[in-house]
Design a protein around this ligand. Structure first.
Ligand code: ADP
Ligand code: MN
Ligand code: MN
Ligand code: MN
Length: 343
C-alpha cells in the first residue's frame, strides 16, 4: 500500500490530501513508484471539464501506521501537460535550493499546533475556559497536560518513518503542543514537515482529535501558534559564523514585508508584540530575545557560530514558500513574493 500525499488548492492555506495505490513491492527507489493522478475539481485545483491533475512522487518513507512494506509517498501536483501546477510550491523551492546548494543550507522547523475535539481545544471544559496560562508549558500531570497519548504516538510514528524529528514539548496554552523537524537540507526538511503533519492528522482520527494550525486559535490572553524556522548556511556554522548570521539579519530586515506575505494566513492576529512575539509591523533581531522577529540563540552568540531563528512564521506556514524566501533573501539578492505565481 502506497499512500500518495499531496497539497490541495485551498486558499489561503493548502491542506493535505491522500489516497492509496496498491503497487508492486518492496519499494527501494523512487523510480519504482508510478506517477498517478486525481480529480483536481474536488481539491480546488481544476475547473470542470479538464480536471485531471498528475501526482509525481518525490519522496517516500516507510508507513509507520500500516507497517510492513507499506510506504508514504510525498507528491508534487502537475498539470495535465506535466508542468508544475500553480499550487506546486515545492517545484519553486527545488529550483531555488539547487541555485544555492553550494552554501549547504539547513532548516529546522518548530511546528506548534493546537489539538481540537469538535469545536473546542482538546480537554477544555464544555463551557468556559481552563485556568489561566502559566502552568502548562512543559508541564506534567493530569491537571496540566491535554492529549499526551496522541503526542507520544505521533513522535514514535515519526521515528518509525525515519523522519528527523528532534523533539516535542507541551506549549503555553493547554492543548497546544510543538514538535521539531530538522536540521536538514531544504527539500528534505519541508517534505518531512508535511509528512509529520500528515501523520499527526491521520493518528488524530484514532484519538478523536485533530490538529489546528491556526496562528491564533483562541482569542484573548491565550498564546498563538507559530512555526519558528531555524536556518543556517555552512558559513554561519563555521569560523566567525556570527558575522554571516548578523549580515543575514540585516537582509531579512530589508525584506520584512515580502517575507510576512508568505509566512502564513492570519499571522497578524498572532504577531501582536505580546505572547513572545514581535509586532507584525516591526522587524527586530537580537540575542536570546523571544520578543524579536529573528532571535540569535544565546548559545550561538556565545560560540560565535550556528544558526538564526526566524520567529515570524505562523503554525500554518508552507515550508516550501518560507524556505524559498529565506534562501532568496539571505543567500541571494532578496525575495519578492510577486515573482511567484503562488504568492
Ligand atoms: P527553541 O529554543 O526555539 O524552542 P527548539 O529546540 O524547539 O528551540 O528547536 C530548535 C530547532 O533548531 C530545531 O528544529 C532544530 O532542528 C533546529 N536547528 C538546530 N541547529 C540548526 C542549524 N545549525 N541550522 C538550522 N536549524 C537548526
Ligand atoms: Mn521550540
Ligand atoms: Mn514553541
Ligand atoms: Mn523557537
Amino acid at each position: 500500500m502506497a499512500e500518495y500525499i499531496w497539497l490541495d488548492g485551498k486558499k489561503p492555506t493548502a491542506e493535505l490530501r491522500a489516497k492509496t495505490k496498491i503497487i508492486e513491492g518492496p519499494v527501494t527507489s523512487l523510480e519504482q513508484i508510478p506517477v498517478w493522478g486525481f480529480d483536481g475539481s474536488s481539491t480546488e485545483q481544476a475547473e470542470g471539464r479538464f480536471s485531471d491533475c498528475g501526482l509525481k512522487p518525490v519522496y517516500f518513507v516507510p508507513d509507520p501506521i500500516r507497517g510492513g512494506k507499506n510506504i508514504l509517498v510525498m507528491c508534487e501536483v502537475l498539470n495535465a501537460d506535466g508542468s508544475p501546477h500553480a499550487t506546486n510550491t515545492r517545484a519553486v523551492l527545488e529550483n531555488v535550493a539547487a541555485k544555492f546548494a553550494e552554501q549547504n543550507p539547513w532548516f529546522g522547523v518548530e511546528q506548534e499546533y493546537t489539538l481540537y475535539q469538535g469545536d473546542r481545544p482538546f480537554g477544555w471544559p464544555e463551557a468556559g475556559f481552563p485556568g489561566p496560562q502559566g502552568k502548562y508549558y512543559c508541564g506534567v500531570g493530569n491537571d496540566k497536560v491535554y492529549g499526551r497519548p496522541l503526542v507520544e504516538d505521533h513522535m514514535q510514528s515519526c521515528l518509525d518513518a525515519g523522519l528527523t524529528i528532534s523533539g516535542i514539548n507541551a506549549e503555553v496554552m493547554p492543548a497546544q503542543w510543538e514538535f521539531q523537524i530538522g536540521p536538514l537540507p531544504a527539500l528534505q526538511a519541508a517534505d518531512q514537515l508535511w509528512l509529520a503533519r500528515w501523520l499527526l492528522q491521520r493518528l488524530g482520527e484514532d484519538y478523536n482529535a485533530y490538529a489546528k494550525l491556526d496562528p491564533k486559535p483562541v482569542e484573548g490572553d491565550w498564546n498563538g501558534a507559530g512555526g519558528h524556522t531555524n536556518f543556517s548556511t555552512e558559513s554561519m556554522r563555521g569560523d566567525n559564523g556570527i558575522e554571516f548570521i548578523k549580515a543575514a539579519c540585516e537582509k531579512l530586515k530589508s525584506f520584512h514585508a515580502q517575507h510576512i506575505a508568505v509566512y502564513g494566513a492570519g499571522n497578524e492576529k498572532r504577531l501582536t508584540g505580546k505572547h513572545e512575539t514581535c509586532s507584525v509591523h516591526e522587524f527586530r533581531s537580537g540575542v536570546g530575545d523571544r520578543g524579536a522577529s529573528v532571535r540569535i540563540p544565546t548559545r550561538v552568540s556565545n560560540e560565535g557560530r550556528g544558526y538564526l531563528e526566524d520567529r515570524r512564521p505562523a503554525a500554518n506556514l508552507d515550508p516550501y514558500q518560507i524556505f524559498t524566501a529565506l534562501l532568496e533573501t539571505t543567500c541571494g539578492q532578496g525575495f519578492d513574493s510577486k515573482k511567484y505565481n503562488w504568492a
